[in-house]
Design a protein around this ligand. Structure first.
Ligand code: G1P
Ligand code: ZN
Length: 543
């Protein structure tokens, strides 16, 4: 067995997006494509002698092959040890947890998150740093620059090793330790939440449905909900991870988790419903006939954080991505703690969490998390809600209604226009940018524009600056329209239009969301010229 140096040529376009490098499986299967990227990561890291790497993925098609390739390249790069999830499986939050717990140099996550899988689906790879979170832009840019000039990669020619048995083996001088993907994560959850109270809740006949969406969180949910917390068998549905997620789109929103929504709409529906995505970092919370928007979920958890043992000491601050509704800001104000507004993408929360400025974070895209790790965490959010339901004895809807009555309601929706021609999407954004200086003070329907800009963020900890992070049109009464192009898609461009309206008066807290936002939807069309540029009369997905 020896280490081979293989000549290669750069592939264009290996720049990581919002969350790592995501491409079609067919792109990743080109000879040297994955190898080039991995070597560029390793070259960026430099000498890794004596260091540990964590490796795992969401089990999608190509996961197992990629794990073998990366193990053999890690051995050639001189790592001392790789901790790999059994079967190549580790959820994204579990990777973050394992990196932190074992003091690893970093980790590699193989996932395209909520994007579909299978031979015609998507694949992805992301590097996480020692703190456990996604590499910051300074690192991802360095990796990208390396991919542009790469001329060789190094790999051991040792045979494939068994990743299905919990054991330690060797490639060259490197130990490969196959670990239980759930154990470290479950132990962390047990420290954060009141497992006895949740056990008692299930013991009292409380019913729940967790939709694993045939993705990575199934085994975690089964072990924790049904195993440790005593939820009845069958609580977790679609629990077995499949390479193509059963042909579904593993994105926990009301459109893609239609089966769960149907179950929760029945007259004898369970008390609580939840779903997670491909790699286990997203969550959707559903009550009986009642969907909780992610922005509200963050605000409700923040307002009630003291119910969970891990958060009893209080929150240092809350952080949310710019397009996320401002419901959490009101809670932060009431608690007398800061609320940070960051660009889209979990990587922007890392410095705030590391510096102890924020405890809870959230994104409108079904992402919630805290300083317990450095990724968003689907099952964590579900356990937090279970803890809250157990301690208060209230229903999901009751908790949210009471929250709105106290803080007001931020009506919120995101309209996605998927697979739009990239040029048209870029021109739409460019023409909006040109209009920005003329918008302030203008009357638009019943609204008056307070200000309009292209969101720019200066990280309060390290001073790094991110520009062009989404166009905001903010009205004098706090309502907002945000236009952004997705950084995770693999086909053309995806335009996201985010709409938000604040309503203080409880008399108006139970309107249908799209109706409550109708005037803003019209303004978005008028100002953005969406139909003209995209040729689409309506969004592909509304959440
Ligand atoms: C999307 C979400 C964003 C999230 C990211 C990774 O990114 O909008 O909030 O952090 O997926 O899960 P986008 O496609 O909008 O760039
Ligand atoms: Zn995800």
């Amino acid at each position: 067995m020896s280490i081979q140096t293989v000549a290669t040529k750069p592939f264009p376009g290996q720049r990581p997006g919002t969350s790592g490098l995501r491409k079609k499986v067919s792109v990743f299967r080109q000879p040297s494509y994955l190898e080039n990227f991995v070597q560029s990561v390793f070259d960026t890291l430099g000498d890794c002698a004596g260091k540990t790497l964590v490796l795992g993925g969401d089990g999608r098609y190509h996961n197992r092959e990629a794990v073998q390739t990366i193990l053999h390249m890690a051995a050639a790069h001189g790592f001392a040890k790789v901790l790999v999830g059994q079967g190549g499986i580790l959820s994204t939050p579990a990777v973050s947890c394992v990196i932190r717990k074992h003091g690893a140099l970093g980790g590699i996550v193989l996932s395209a998150s909520h994007n579909p899988g299978g031979p015609d689906g998507d694949f992805g790879i992301k590097y996480n740093i020692a703190a456990g979170g996604p590499a910051p832009e300074s690192v991802t840019e360095a990796i990208f620059h390396r991919t542009e000039s790469i001329s060789r990669y190094r790999i051991s020619d040792a045979p494939a090793i068994d990743i299905d048995r919990i054991a330690t083996s060797r490639i060259e001088q490197m130990d490969v330790e196959v670990i239980d993907p759930v154990a470290d994560y479950a132990e962390l959850m047990q420290r954060l939440f009141d497992f006895d109270a949740i056990k008692a809740l299930f013991g009292s006949g409380f019913r729940m449905c967790f939709d694993g969406m045939h993705a990575v969180s199934g085994p975690y949910a089964k072990a924790i909900l049904e195993g440790m917390l005593g939820a009845p068998a069958g609580t977790v549905i679609n629990a077995v991870p499949l390479e193509d997620f059963g042909g579904h789109h593993p994105d926990p929103n009301p459109v893609n988790a239609a089966q769960l929504i149907a179950i929760m709409a029945e007259d004898d529906a369970p008390d609580f419903g939840a779903a997670s995505d491909g790699d286990g970092d997203r969550n959707m919370i559903v009550g009986r006939k009642f969907e909780v928007t992610p922005s509200d979920s963050l605000a409700v958890l923040a307002a009630n954080a003291a119910v969970a043992p891990g958060y009893r000491a209080g929150l240092k601050g809350i952080a949310r991505s710019m397009p996320t509704s401002r419901a959490a800001d009101r809670v932060a104000e009431a608690l007398g703690i800061p609320c940070y507004e960051t660009p889209t993408g979990w990587k922007f929360f890392g410095t705030l969490l590391d510096a102890g400025k924020a405890t809870l974070c959230g994104e409108e895209s079904y992402g919630t998390g805290s300083d317990h790790i450095r990724e968003k965490d689907g099952l964590w959010a579900v356990l937090f809600w279970l803890n809250l339901l157990a301690v208060t004895g209230k229903s999901v809807q009751q908790l949210v209604d009471e929250h709105w009555a106290r803080f007001g309601r931020n009506y919120y929706s995101r309209h996605d226009y998927e697979a739009v021609a990239s040029e048209a999407a870029n021109e739409l954004m460019a023409s909006l940018r040109i209009k920005l200086p003329t918008l302030a003070g203008r009357d638009l329907g019943h609204y008056v524009v307070d200000f309009a800009d292209d969101f720019e963020y200066t990280d309060p900890v390290d001073g790094s600056v991110a520009t062009q992070q989404g166009i905001r049109i903010v009205m004098t009464n706090g309502s907002r329209i945000v236009f952004r192009l997705s950084g995770t898609g693999t086909e053309g461009a995806t335009l996201r239009v985010y709409l938000e309206r604040y309503e203080a008066d409880p008399t108006y807290h139970h309107l249908l969301t799209q109706q409550a936002l109708a005037a803003l939807i019209l303004i978005a069309e008028q100002v953005g010229g969406i139909t003209g540029w995209t040729g689409r009369a309506r969004p592909t997905v509304i959440t």
